[in-house]
Unconditional design. Sequence first.
Length: 223
Amino acid sequence: MQESRPILTGINLKIEGNKMECIATDSYRLAKKIVELDSTVENLINIVIPGKNIGELAKILNDNDENVEIHIFSNKILFKFDNTLFQTRVLSGTFPDVNRLIPASFELEVKANANEFYNVIDRAALLTSEKDKNIVKFECDGNEVIVSSNSPEIGRVEEKMDVEKNNDTNIKIAFSSRFMMDALRTVESKDVVLCFNNDVQPIIIKDSKDDTLLQLILPIKTY
């Protein structure tokens, strides 16, 4: 997390009409979720809430299926549900326009079993280290994906799995295994869709059955 940009420690809430867009980023990855609201707001709302506070709210809401009322003030936001009131301050400053980082189209889309892909990444990351950003390499060869990691002292780990592709394009790209596994944990459907353009543009991760959720990871140059 960049200390010089404390605004990035928050979650950006934008409400327009009856749609609420929630975005979080640490400048290396991004998560975006769109939620449909029961009521419509007249004016555009664009605020940033401290990420830690939203994390605490999520723990309280974990097993709660009740609707949540949201009351927004100039410097705070109040959540009401059951017999609970949860209030948090609003961060001052402007959240960056990160939607421009999301590509409008893709050269290649790869569909994979989310659970299997998670396990492949987990095993392939065996030789990675935190100080080296837990880098794994991802390579498409036909309908087979090879995920690998290298350690000069120990050797190489390589995992393979079958996937579906929307065309014959192949790609070689590297990314943080930890970031990818974090993204995959949010996928609730059986399949995940990975969207690529090249080895330097962002990787987009989508739930195959939920178009309201999108995750983005920046690739890592390894040469």
